[in-house]
Design a protein around this ligand. Sequence first.
Ligand code: GLV
Length: 273
Amino acid sequence: MAIVPLLSRWVGGTELKHLPKLKIIANCAVGHDNVDVVAAELRGIKVTNTPDVLTDATADLTWVLILACARRVLEGVELVKSDTWTGWHPEQLLGIELKGRTLGLFGAGRIGQAVGRRAVPFGLRILYTTRSPRPEFERATGAARVEFGRLLSESDVLSLHAQSVPETKGIINADTLRQMKPGAILINTARGDLVREEALAIALEEGRLGAAGLDVYLDEPAIHPRLRAAPRTVLLPHIGSATREARTRMAAIAVANVQAVLRGDPPLTPVFG
Ligand code: GLV
């Protein structure tokens, strides 16, 4: 027996107890925080995800958010649609130029690195924080690995690309937001629970942060009402991997994992072991 859950479906230890024939949970996502991986491992159930095939789609969407925040794209769209645009003005909707600024990557796995590689032609300096260094990424992009404190204080754009694990949950909170550069842009296409939503809303309300571009939230589809109402946000409905190509490949990998495990072969993309 196999389960192919979507990321919105929690698969917990209690459910697993009632499924003695379950051999594999083939999560149709790269993140797997919706699966009790420890309970599965203890029961000998394989857990797989869909890495690689959504890296480019998610990195592209991260850049949609970076550019939309830097150039106040939503405010521009709203101005035109509201029919109150009175014409070109030298100080209208001034954003920031990316060239020469610093992009900070919190996490530089597949997606973080793909976001960093796209930063090179924009002329951004790249800093990143990871547990272990990424020498090839550094060679390809000139990125420098720094402590989290420096990432916070030097990034003009801080983009989150870490998994949701106990050490990363709430990593962007009232305290760390205060350490960010005034006017900086926060981007999150990873997992919503990395960010304390109310603290972020307050930083935006107070004008300490320049903008926030988010694709993920703590309690999807709910969004903290204060964050939904906060100024200078670009809020998307968790569409990082939403291209036809990526979603087709994600489904194909999930099915291939199920087929492999049910015929007794090792899974293609296990999340442990
Ligand atoms: C999407 O968020 C994924 O983890 O695949």
